[in-house]
Structures are given as structure tokens and as C-alpha cells.
Write a protein that binds this ligand. Structure first.
Ligand code: FE2
Ligand code: FE2
Length: 215
């Protein structure tokens, strides 16, 4: 999985994200909505996982994965409320207006799901789970370290250390379970890129809009 991470880290879209993250982190009103948007993505990820997997295929790792992603949603949500402070009502729910980029995060996850389904066919729910999880974990492990760096540079919370350790564990598990299916992972990553570019465009535009309004 390491070589895929290298590939994603070198993409132009990754550099664009690194460009607007400090802008978002510097403004609490934007930052709270970014955290809430990320919490929503973690939550929607859990919901998809629970819907896609049948009880007879679910083992302890599957339960652990769902629990940890739900934990990420809660931690990011609490961080959004803390950053918002007196304006906590602005990030009270996962409504589009409460999330930076509106529904872009949800659209991204739906697009990844559909792309994996197009590669595998509708009946392969378990492999779809592994493949879409692997792709999303690779993107998470490209995005969250950049975000962590922007947070440390700005001297603001939260710390993403625990979340990053969890995501590394999930990616390693998906890598083990997808061993020998590298071609499939490559095709899924190629299909994921335009979906992530659309997410980045929405978030980048929302950050620029928010920064301009604050001037
Ligand atoms: Fe997560
Ligand atoms: Fe994960």
C-alpha cells in the first residue's frame, strides 16, 4: 500500500489541499465547519459499511473497524463544537449548511462506492467493502497528515494522532485482505481521483469564499 500512498501524495490535487488547509484552520468559523464535514464523512463511512456487510461475513475486525470510524466521527464532531465555541449552533447537525463544502463529502463517498461497484458488479458486497475501504483509507492517510501538520503549525487542536494510528491499522488490514488484487486497487484508485478532485474543488471554493467574506 505504501507505493499507492506515494502516488497519491504526489498528485496535484494533494498540493491544492495543502494550499487551502492553513487558510481554513486559521478561521474558527471555517475550521469548525471543516471538522464537522470530516465528522460527517466518517459517519457516512460507517453507515455505508454497516449497510454493505452481511452478518455472516462480519468478523471481529469488521466490528472494530465500524466502531473506530464511529469514534472518529464523534471526536471530530466534538472538536468542531469546541472550535466553534459560542457559535456551536452553526455545526449542530450534519445538514449541508453546517458542513464546509455542503454535501461534497457525501457525494465523494457515494462516487467511490459506485466506482467500486462498477468494477466488481453489484453482488460482491464484501470485496466492495475491502476495495472502497482501501481507497478511502489511502486518501485519508494522504489528507489527515497534511491536516495534522496545518494544525500543529497553527498551534490549534485537535490532535489527530489516535485517528491516524487507527487509519494506518485499517489500511494495513485492507492491504492484507486484498493481496494479489493490485490491478483492482489501481483501477479503483484511478476511478476515485475525479471524485476526490470534485471534493477538493468544493472545499477549496468554500474556504476561499469564507476567507473573502471575513476580510
Ligand atoms: Fe476514519
Ligand atoms: Fe479507517
Amino acid at each position: 500500500m505504501e507505493r499507492y500512498l506515494e502516488g497519491l501524495r504526489g498528485q496535484a490535487v494533494t498540493a491544492r489541499v495543502a494550499g487551502w488547509l492553513p487558510e481554513a484552520v486559521a478561521r474558527p468559523a471555517l475550521h469548525a465547519r471543516l471538522l464537522n464535514a470530516l465528522a460527517r464523512m466518517e459517519y457516512v463511512g460507517v453507515r455505508k459499511m454497516l449497510k454493505a456487510r452481511r452478518a455472516e461475513g462480519l468478523d471481529v475486525d469488521g466490528l472494530q473497524h465500524a466502531l473506530e470510524e464511529c469514534g472518529h466521527a464523534l471526536r471530530l464532531k466534538k472538536a468542531a463544537l469546541a472550535v466553534a465555541g459560542d457559535a456551536a449552533a452553526a455545526v449542530a447537525t450534519f445538514a449541508d449548511a453546517h458542513c464546509l463544502g455542503g454535501a461534497a463529502g457525501e457525494d465523494y463517498l457515494q462516487a467511490v462506492d459506485r466506482a467500486c461497484e462498477a468494477l466488481l458488479g453489484p453482488d460482491d458486497g464484501e470485496v466492495n467493502y475491502l476495495l472502497s475501504s482501501a481507497v478511502i483509507e489511502l486518501r485519508a492517510l494522504t489528507f489527515y497528515p497534511l491536516y495534522e501538520r496545518a494544525l500543529r503549525d497553527a498551534g490549534v487542536g485537535p490532535s489527530l494522532k489516535g485517528l491516524l494510528a487507527d487509519e494506518e491499522g485499517h489500511l494495513a488490514e485492507m492491504g492484507r485482505r486484498l493481496a494479489g488484487r493490485e490491478r483492482l486497487v489501481e483501477r479503483a484508485l484511478a476511478a476515485e481521483l475525479p471524485a476526490f478532485e470534485a471534493w477538493e474543488a468544493a472545499l477549496g471554493a468554500a474556504v476561499r469564499e469564507g476567507a473573502a467574506a471575513a476580510v
